[in-house]
Design a binder for this molecule. Structure first.
Ligand code: FAD
Length: 430
């Protein structure tokens, strides 16, 4: 196999897979190098003790996410609608009745909307974290606290750390009106990544971690495992915090180093629980519980069918770091006991509990995504998107739509490929 290509793509998550597919369609020579022994990155699947394949990473999408919906259709996946009929709960409850949950969510959503509609350059948000911004709001304390918990659950970092302007810039690109956990794929989202990877044939090379990038305006020479490979362009389809770990020769300019250095991975633990019966539905509940305390804990119904009702739980941000101190069995027990507190003894004996701890994951750093925590790094995204000579940065975090989502990864990958195809067409010698 040749070791010289038009393009090398590093990272076979949805960003890298989408970039590689677009390069193939454009007729360029390329290879896609992946550090792990599988594709998908932050989208992965595992078989549980019942023999079912379940998504242990990214899973859900909704009808307002057109590109992932179209890909699922193209690869003939079966789309399952997550069950939502019934009441949601908030714990500890507000007041005596769970109907207060609706009021709670309205109040939290109103704060989120207010943040989205604030100009990121406005003095009320400039130089302030999300927690600092929310502290001054006239809303009741339960609503402000609920909002901070929502931010922690969605971005897997504390609201005390996230610059308010960065959250505004991300949230404005997340434009779904349907709830984002609307659909999942019966065959798993990971099977979609696998199918795309299979279509790339031997241009996909697994267990090839890129470690060193020698670069100039004309091309790159990279080291991956024991191989040295050359190309006219390199797409680094990695979360920014992972791209920051590579050795570059010559060193990247200070502006780029600081743009890469401001990102930190979120942290989350995803827990899948299967039960004999959907006991929550018998009580008019939809299985969704948002915890006010501990912040960052959330569960919802993710049943594939009535045969194996199931719930998926997320412990996000500082809570995941606390839970991750214990062994996997201790995490399992914490998850069950949180459910028993809400639903009683029927939740005590799940058929299976599968735990995927993403805290400090070797090749992702964490999950769901990297978050920009440098308060001063207003131009970090645009600096990364400008790239440097032959090196192009791409990942879901940098997407113009749905940053931090699978949808965003596909868009980011296709955009990076389009940029490379354009720049090679303009370059001399083509
Ligand atoms: C538990 C969990 C739940 C989530 N839930 C959802 C959800 O329901 N819906 C949704 O839309 N999104 C969800 N997400 C987020 C979504 O999965 C990610 O935003 C998206 O998959 C990121 O894709 P990516 O290709 O940009 O990055 P990644 O998937 O991280 O891909 C980067 C790839 O680069 C590889 N790599 C790293 N370093 C190197 C190196 N040095 N050399 C070569 N390869 C390297 C990694 O192994 C990885 O395969 C979830 C994520 C997690 C973890």
């Amino acid at each position: 196999m040749s070791d010289r290509y038009d393009v090398i793509v590093a990272g076979a998550g949805f960003t890298g897979l989408s970039a590689a597919s677009a390069l193939r369609d454009a007729g360029l020579s390329f290879c896609l190098l992946e550090a792990r022994n599988r594709v998908g990155g932050r989208v992965e699947a595992e078989r549980n003790a019942l023999g079912e394949l379940i998504d242990t990473g990214g899973q859900f999408f909704c009808e307002d996410m057109p590109v992932v919906s179209e890909l699922a259709h193209r690869y003939r996946k079966s789309v399952v609608e997550a069950p939502v009929a019934g009441r949601s709960l908030v714990r500890p409850p507000l007041g005596t009745e769970d109907a207060a949950g609706d009021e709670y969510w309205r109040a939290v959503a109103a704060i989120r909307e207010r943040l989205r509609s604030t100009d990121p350059d406005d003095s009320s948000v400039r130089d302030r974290t999300v927690a600092e911004w929310s502290a001054d709001l006239p809303d009741p304390e339960y609503a402000r606290e609920g909002f901070r918990g929502l931010v922690q659950g969605l971005w897997c970092r504390s609201a005390d750390e996230i610059p308010a302007w960065h959250l505004i810039e991300c949230e404005r690109r997340i434009t779904n009106e349907e709830q984002e956990l609307q659909f999942f794929l019966r065959e798993t989202m990971h099977s979609l990544a696998d199918d795309i990877g299979r279509d790339l044939g031997d241009r996909l090379r697994l267990s090839m971690p890129v470690s060193m990038v020698r670069h100039s305006d004309d091309g790159v020479e990279i080291e991956a495992g024991t191989a040295t490979l050359r190309a006219r362009r390199l797409i680094l389809a990695l979360p920014p915090s992972r791209a920051a770990k590579l050795d570059f020769s010559p060193a990247l300019p200070a502006r780029l180093r600081s743009a890469l250095g401001g990102w930190r991975p979120g942290n989350v633990i995803k827990i899948f629980l299967r039960f004999e019966t959907a006991f929550w539905r018998d009580r008019g509940l939809n299985g969704t519980v948002s915890w006010r305390h501990p912040a960052g804990l959330y569960v919802c119904d993710a049943s594939h069918d009535d045969r194996h009702p199931g719930m998926v739980m997320f412990a996000g941000g500082p809570l995941s770091e606390e839970w991750a101190q214990g062994a996997e069995d201790a995490i399992r027990q914490r998850a069950i006991s949180a459910l028993v507190d809400v639903f009683g003894e029927e939740a005590a004996s799940p058929l299976d509990v599968t735990v995927r701890n993403w805290v400090g994951d070797r090749w992702s750093g964490g999950a769901y995504n990297d978050v920009l925590l440098d308060m001063e790094a207003h131009d970090a995204e645009s600096v990364l998107l400008d790239g440097h000579g032959a090196v192009i940065f791409a990942s879901s975090e940098l997407s113009p739509s749905f940053p931090g989502y699978i949808e965003g990864a596909i868009v980011a990958g296709r955009n990076a490929a389009r940029e490379v195809v354009g720049s090679l067409a303009r370059a001399p010698g083509i």
